[in-house]
Design a protein around this ligand. Structure first.
Ligand code: NAD
Length: 508
């Protein structure tokens, strides 16, 4: 399983494009390196596809759409059944590649694949998910029903932090609903994504139905402006997601843009202490804080302020090492650039007056001295004007604020620019009920630190975390990838009474 790579004629593996069912060597002169963030080994080179190659991928998807949209729903579903079996079979091998290119631990890499696999399993229910509605006798002898038809060529643009889960949020649901797809994986870690695409072909996705182009801004902009692309699914930062949403919308496309985050965990003094502390530290520092649903802010309410030393003590026990090493809790961050940005933000926190309780800036990992590591970093005394509070840090940095009441905590969370995930830790049902009703955040966890919904529901978000009204997976994504057509019909038999010319708009 390495058709998407070319090892023959170069010392460094080159990642291929997938156009019309063929693995294509890009003709571009611009290549980026895919680097192991722990060891700095160059794992592969990824092309920035040329405009002609992007166009060829879209043309191939457009041609394939005409036959694929007519493929029986059961045939499409059976491909997804095969795909889920293949992903299970190859999960460990994909996880090893994912961990090497992204940096996360092997267990977390398997989790990344598993959460995507659940969406493929969900795609296997398409027979009922894509059903229309039917109302008999809406007027005498008249029936109305709806068809949910595919819309055409769709595109997906994915981030580096979940190179398995997020591509699997997109292409299986787009394809199983009868569309064709052009995927643009993250240029920072495309290797595991490509393994999943290979499995898609092995499962029976026909030529042209799934295409892959690699690249960065130019390629994304080409997808957002091409007239044959009907819908764009984007996941990534708020800055880029807003650009993609605006550009795609200006060019008449449906766009769902899932973006950045600053996820608060609100802790009431009656919370279960041990479970809560474990949840805060696991969700704050796991995956090196590079999850869109990572807990990045802890809000201690009232007497819960006394819990700060416990958070610190637990965070100190976390082991920082390469994701491939046994026992690792925190792997490296994705790139030297990302590391520097995180270090700059930590410096800003110090300069702006927050108290650095734990400082992960100078950590050294034996055997991986050049790795992009940052140790668990904890700030207390944080205020809402500080950059470490207003900006998404996307690293193993947890900031702690204190407020007096639950109302203060709700007001604080609702005033933050992001609205991706939030958690409340309490034993009070009344407090939980008030919180879930008044909080303006897409994913709410009650004593759950990373409340990513399972695929029967839809991922969502509010304010700076999401643009577009329909989210990935669940029922919403079926709506996103289909056009509803309403048919109103009447059939006459010989006994139907002729009711003459009707000049009103009323159906009888
Ligand atoms: P990113 O925005 O830098 O990149 C995302 C995609 O956009 C990549 O494929 C990249 O090639 C492309 N891109 C980058 N710069 C671009 C530009 N100027 N114009 C057009 N396209 C461009 O995001 P990332 O660093 O890969 O991922 C981390 C971000 O993703 C975080 O902000 C995280 O919160 C967010 N994220 C959100 C969710 C969610 O569901 N809300 C899930 C995962 C990650």
């Amino acid at each position: 399983m390495n058709a998407s790579l070319n090892k023959n004629d170069t010392t460094v593996t080159q990642v291929k494009l997938l156009i019309n069912g063929e693995w294509v060597d890009s003709k571009t002169r611009e290549w980026l390196e895919v680097v192991n963030p722990a060891s700095q080994e160059v794992l592969a080179k990824v092309p920035l596809a040329t405009p002609e190659e992007v166009k060829a991928a879209i043309d191939s998807a457009e041609r394939a759409f005409h036959s694929w949209k007519k493929t029986p729903i059961g045939a499409r579903m059976r491909i997804m059944l095969k795909l889920q079996a293949l992903i299970r079979e190859h999960s460990k091998r994909i996880a090893a590649v994912l961990s090497a290119e992204q940096g996360k631990t092997l267990a977390d890499a398997e989790g990344d694949i598993f959460r995507g696999l659940e969406v493929v399993e969900h795609a296997c229910s398409i027979g009922s998910l894509q059903m229309g509605e039917f109302a008999e006798n809406v007027a005498g002898g008249v029936d109305t029903y709806t068809l949910r038809q595919p819309i055409g060529v769709c595109a997906g643009i994915t981030p580096f932090n979940f190179p398995a889960m997020i591509p699997l949020w997109m292409f299986p649901m787009a394809i199983v609903t009868g569309n064709t797809f052009v995927l643009k994986p993250s240029e920072q870690d495309p290797l595991s994504t490509m393994m999943l695409v290979e499995l898609g072909l092995e499962a029976g996705i026909p030529a042209g139905v799934l295409n892959v182009v690699h690249g960065a801004k130019e390629v994304v902009d080409a997808l957002c402006t091409h007239p044959d692309i009907k819908a764009i699914s984007f996941v990534g930062s708020t800055h880029v997601g807003t650009h993609v949403y605006n550009l795609g919308s200006q060019h008449g496309k449906r766009v769902q843009s899932m973006m950045g985050a600053k996820n608060h965990a609100v802790v009431l003094p009656d919370a279960n202490r041990e479970h809560t502390l474990n949840a805060l530290v696991g969700a704050g520092f796991g995956a090196a804080g590079q999850r869109c649903m990572a807990t990045s802010v802890v809000v201690l309410v009232g007497e819960a302020r006394t819990w700060l030393p416990d958070i610190k003590e637990l965070a100190l026990k976390l082991r920082v090492n390469a994701g491939s090493e046994p026992g690792t809790d925190i792997g490296p961050v994705i790139s030297k650039r990302a590391r520097q940005r995180i270090l700059d933000l930590i410096d800003s926190g110090v300069h702006q007056g927050a108290k650095l309780e734990l400082d992960g800036r100078d950590i050294k990992v034996p055997g991986y001295e050049n790795g992009n590591f940052i140790g668990p970093t904890l700030f207390s005394g944080v205020t809402t004007e500080m950059d470490i509070y207003t900006q998404e840090i996307f690293g193993p940095v947890l900031v702690v604020l204190e407020v007096r009441t639950l109302d203060d905590a709700i007001a604080l969370v609702n005033a933050n620019p992001f609205g991706n995930g939030v958690g409340l830790f309490t034993q009070s049902g009344a407090a939980a009920r008030k919180f879930q009703s008044e909080i303006d955040v897409g994913q709410v966890g009650i004593n759950i630190p990373i409340p990513v919904p399972v695929p029967a529901f839809s991922f969502t978000g509010s304010r700076g975390s999401k643009l577009g009204d329909l989210g990935p997976y669940g029922k919403q994504v079926v709506q996103f990838y289909t056009q509803t057509k309403t048919v109103t019909s009447r059939w006459f038999d010989d006994s139907t009474v002729n009711d003459g010319v009707n000049t009103t708009i009323t159906l009888k």
